[in-house]
Design a protein around this ligand. Sequence first.
Ligand SMILES: [Mg+2]
Length: 298
Amino acid sequence: MDKVPVILNPSAHSEKGKNSATEIRAMSGRIELIETSDIREVKEIARDIARRGGPALAVAGGDGTINAVISGLAGSETSLGIFPIGTMNLFARELKLPKKNLHGCWQVIEAGVTRKVDLFGVNDGIFVQVAGVGMDARIIEKTTWESKKKYGVLSYLMSALSVAGSEAPRLRVIPEGSEPLEGAFVLIGNGALYGRAFKMFRNASNDDGMLEVLVFEKQSRIDVIRYLLAVTMGRVEKASGVSYVRARALRVESDSEVPVQVDGELAGHTPVEFFALDHGLNVFVPAGQASRGTGSSV
Ligand SMILES: [Mg+2]
């Protein structure tokens, strides 16, 4: 049987990455581990494998590394396997891959069941799970890895408190096919999950060609707390000061430069355009996840 290349990008600041490398290397003689900590190289290796018509490629890393690999695979028929070894692992959770079980993830790849998921373009990059303009990008910008190492998830909360208290930018959100909206920050979902614990986009399906768009009018601390309560109660799109639209594409503009995050990594500033790509991505999924929506199994 063919070998499966596995791109591994261990976090520069974690022991977990090193242990995962050892575990994955020992897992199967079919695994060809390619280790790199250079995110541009991650994308180039993936692009090269796709160009040569490789049937499968796996990635061991966090959501940012997974995004880089998918950027390289976009437009190809190469199927992607995932070993989630990041902090959030949003895309892996969305696909219902085994949690904290790298061997289980390998079994998913070996079983060979795939599903097609939507990919969206974001300016020059791609987007597979969640993006944000404004507040959450600012929070990521303000949270240093030193702080993350010291305080864990709390570090994001500390940044959030300071960002929520600051003056809000005015964003103009222009969804394709519906009226423009205004707000302080915007969240855009392909999948349903957001952050460590939230099901932000209740109606999301990552194979219907549509993005879920939530536009938040304000970002004072009291408003943000109100929004979060609405999220935990599963009705954020109905909360006052929140607009919800679905669109195949949208543009977000502002008078000042406002940061953008894509799959948890900073990705430039406004203006930013999100648009559906014609060609989806084949991903290896557990057998029960194969036939959702218009997805197909092989
Ligand atoms: Mg969708």
